[in-house]
Design a protein. Sequence first.
Length: 261
Amino acid sequence: MKWQTLLFPFWDETRSAGKYTQLNPESILHTIGRLERRIAERFPDSGLLQVCTEFCTLASQSAQMARRLGPPIWPVRLIAILAGACLVFVAVGAGMVLVERFSLNTDDIADLLQATEAGLNELIFLGLALFFLNSLETRIKRHSALQALHRLRSVAHVVDMHQLTKDPAHLLAHFPESEDTASSPVRVLSRYDLVRYLDYCAEMLALDSKIAALFAQTMDDPVVLNAVNDLESLTQGMSGKIWQKIMILDLAVDTGHPGDG
């Protein structure tokens, strides 16, 4: 429409949704479900499978939460509008009464200054009240989004814990079992299984950040956006450590490590 073009000249360029310009929650959840099946088929008794199963549930709940946080919360918005209108009405009424009773008299200068100071204080409190009411819906949404992002961040740390003891150096060097201590972790994975295990951890971290990105996609809040960016940086750092281990295993195969076979 022409009036929309005049008021918002970049509306079509920034608001038009396409198939490949937005994250699709259903596709992400489908990918997570497929990852769970892959882990179940290869590592049916692993703790990583239990983590992925709980992650599937959390991802579904987070996707639904992100979808609900997009539209306005009309009850909260209506209450804020009505309360703000009442405050403005009271302030305007008080101002009109003050104007009607105002008279420039040198004998009442002290009273005039006192009334002016009180009026300025009331205007400041009115502005704070309007700001509180205007940001009420945003703060409610922000609280729910940050709670969900906190749980997603916890999942990332749990996944990182599961890959900590997956040491490729121990596998490639073929340390004798006598070198292990009573507290040494049990290492039963072959080279190929270890690569697959680490790859599943990296995939889960990537999908974790994609679920978090749904909140940034549906909400225009700088606090939520910063939290999403922090979680993405966290998962990227963890994935970098995992891919270092995978590269060690791949390079050992390419260079014909003595432990190959």
